[in-house]
Ligand binder design. Structure first.
Ligand code: GLA
Length: 373
């Protein structure tokens, strides 16, 4: 089944926006392999908006812009496949894409066939220029069926920014992931607000159809199409940890030819990725809210994660009482924990409560087992 675990890959929008072309896609595919990202599970290379001509051809077929994609999409898909990766493209449920290129409204079956012929493995499907009276669930369902009829297995990535209570119906349309918020930009407030807006909705996210809280901004450093001041490395780490904990698809949005060492290692962090790809895919429970939230999450093999975040501008101490997760003293159990970013073991078995120092905008993620005292 597609999307058994949150899909992982790269998407052109955050950095390249309009300036996408086949050279960028080829170089990105090369880099995903060279930098060891493929070995960590990143597999989809996705072209976002702005890849086609403004007009369809005389047969109603969508046409790649020959200046940006002189070799054509089939050749590009073949190249991506030759690297052992998968190829993704973008269209829209409305009459035009958000940037004004042809959308798939009323052309769903033709477009899905065209994508399949090109060798597309993933389709991001946006929501701009949708006629007011057209109904979101029907439009996504139409493309869901068109992709199934296309003759190729294509991962369906819906993107209606959380409108119409999308989490309640999107799984029924055949979608494998769905954007649930407005667009991210490269700033601390943007990723923090996006993540926190979804806490109560994560229970809808799971194998087969994951809540996508947007492409990653790690390592963008204030450059690119969604620039907005940038983040510190610690903030990028907090961003990635939230995306992993919330089991969002992990779509890298930065320019891989300019990746710095810190953010590359972050995106390859096996411990964080393991939480994202955890087989049980259970939503985290928010034990404490506000600016210093703490989450508790069941993981596979009887393990657990306890994650402490500090969204304030001051360093501080975060603590939870274990009775707030249902573990009272009478149970006679405590946790044996390890902080996964530093690798440090917590001494002994912690019972009743557990806290830690968390610097401003940082996080600490503990993983461990429940043991008898
Ligand atoms: C919308 C989507 C973005 C991106 C742009 C492209 O805003 O939410 O992720 O695809 O369209 O125009």
């Amino acid at each position: 089944m597609l999307s058994q675990r949150p899909p992982m890959g790269w998407n052109s929008w955050n950095t390249f926006g309009w300036a996408i072309n086949e050279q960028v896609v080829r170089e990105t595919a090369d880099k995903i392999v060279e930098l060891g990202l493929k070995d960590c599970g990143y597999e989809y290379v996705v072209i976002d908006d702005c890849w086609s001509l403004r007009k369809r051809d005389e047969n109603g077929r969508i046409v790649p812009d020959p200046e940006k994609f002189p070799s054509g999409m089939k050749a590009l898909a073949d190249y991506v496949h030759s690297k052992g990766l998968k190829f993704g493209m973008y269209s829209c449920a409305g009459t035009r894409t958000c940037a004004g290129f042809p959308g798939s409204f009323d052309y769903e079956f033709i477009d899905a066939k065209t994508f399949a012929e090109w060798g597309v493995d993933f389709l991001k499907y946006d929501f701009c220029y949708k006629p007011h009276l057209a109904n979101g669930p029907i439009l996504y369902n139409r493309m869901g069926m068109a992709l199934k009829a296309s003759g190729r297995e294509i991962l369906f990535s819906a993107c209606n920014w959380g409108s119409d209570e999308v989490e309640k119906w999107i799984r029924s349309t055949g979608a494998h992931m769905y954007r649930s918020t407005g667009d991210i930009n490269d700033s601390f407030d943007s990723f923090k607000n996006i993540a926190m807006s979804q806490v109560q909705k994560l229970a809808y996210s799971g194998p087969g159809c994951y809540n996508d809280i947007d492409m990653l901004i790690c390592g963008m450093h204030g450059k690119g199409n969604v620039a907005n001041g940038g983040c510190s490395d610690i903030e990028y780490r907090t961003h990635f940890a939230l995306w992993c904990l919330f089991q969002s698809p992990l779509m890298i949005g930065s320019d891989l030819s300019k990746m710095d060492e810190f953010n590359l290692e972050l995106l390859k962090n096996k411990e964080l990725i393991a939480i994202n790809q955890d087989e049980e895919a259970r939503p985290p429970m928010m034990v404490r809210g506000g600016d210093r939230p703490v989450f508790f999450k069941h993981l596979e093999n009887g393990e657990y994660a306890i994650a402490y975040f500090n969204f304030t501008d001051r360093d501080g101490y975060n603590e939870i009482e274990f009775y707030d997760i249902g573990l009272t003293v009478a149970a006679g159990y405590g946790f044996k924990l390890r902080e996964i970013i530093s690798g440090e073991e917590v001494e002994g078995v912690v019972t009743e409560h557990f806290g830690c120092h968390v610097p401003a905008h940082d996080c600490k993620i503990f993983r461990g087992t429940l043991v008898q005292k």
